[in-house]
Design a protein. Structure first.
Length: 255
């Protein structure tokens, strides 16, 4: 068991990496990939996501075995164990539930496993601060990817409005004629926003959790980064809400 205890941290980091890859693959399939038709056999991002989850679960199992009894003395360690059990349950019955359930399970498992990185007394052979850096790196990657997707959606919205204006004026010439149709552009704006907002949500949660770990007196409401990210989340969240519940499309939602 001592040998497993010495190597559990790298296996846990590997599990985090594969859970992150699974989450992104599930969300690409959910938000960006064409809907799979019944009976279609072509590979789908969700298929790769399940493979990533399997690999992550095996790595996580080795890590849990290496952590041993101290795992149950820490809330963070127990959170990581719950993440492993959640992934295992999904892999057993998840195919019956569909890709949508995986799009929820993967980010929850990722957040719980990331949180377990902060259980210092469980990772007895890891120098202090090492796993915290991994947590922070994952957080930064997730939130930057979310901002990239939202920036794409914002830029596409501006192009949509310009293209629509040129169409009304019958001045759509040159490079503007090579752009996708307004309907296609509107759909991609919607998809990119959903993908980016989902990533931003996970990024916000992990950022607040890390800050609270670093400074117990931390208040998210006093953090300018959280306030800015929350305002961004609210703006794009309102856009999605207008699509889902008010049925706004095209120019009304792009504005």
């Amino acid at each position: 068991m001592e040998f497993l205890a010495r190597i559990e941290a790298p296996f846990l980091i590997g599990a985090v990496a594969f859970y992150l890859a699974a989450m992104i693959a599930f969300w690409i399939g959910l938000f960006l990939w064409p809907k799979r038709e019944e009976g279609e056999t072509r590979l789908h991002p969700g298929d790769f996501a399940r493979i990533f989850l399997w690999i992550g679960a095996v790595l996580h199992l080795v890590s849990v075995a290496g952590q041993g009894p101290p795992l149950f003395t820490s809330n963070k360690g127990v959170a990581g164990l719950f993440g492993f059990l959640l992934v295992t349950a999904f892999l057993i019955v998840g195919r019956r539930l569909g890709m949508g359930s995986g799009s929820v399970v993967a980010p929850v498992a990722l957040c719980l496993t990331l949180y377990s990185l902060l259980a210092n007394k469980v990772h007895t052979y890891v120098p202090d601060g090492t796993l915290e850096k991994i947590f922070l790196a994952a957080h930064v990657f997730i939130i930057l990817l979310g901002y990239v997707s939202l920036a794409f959606a914002f830029a596409a919205s501006l192009l949509y409005l310009k293209q629509e204006s040129l169409l009304k004026q019958k001045k759509l010439t040159g490079m503007w004629r090579k752009l996708p149709s307004l309907g296609v552009s509107d759909e991609w704006i919607y998809r990119a926003t959903g993908f980016g907002l989902a990533l931003l949500t996970v990024g916000l949660l992990t950022g607040v959790a890390y800050s609270a770990f670093e400074k117990p007196s931390y208040s998210a409401l006093r953090d300018p980064k959280v306030i800015f990210s929350g305002a961004t989340w609210a703006v794009f969240g309102l856009y999605l809400a207008s699509r889902w519940w008010l049925g706004w499309h095209g120019r009304r939602s792009s504005m």
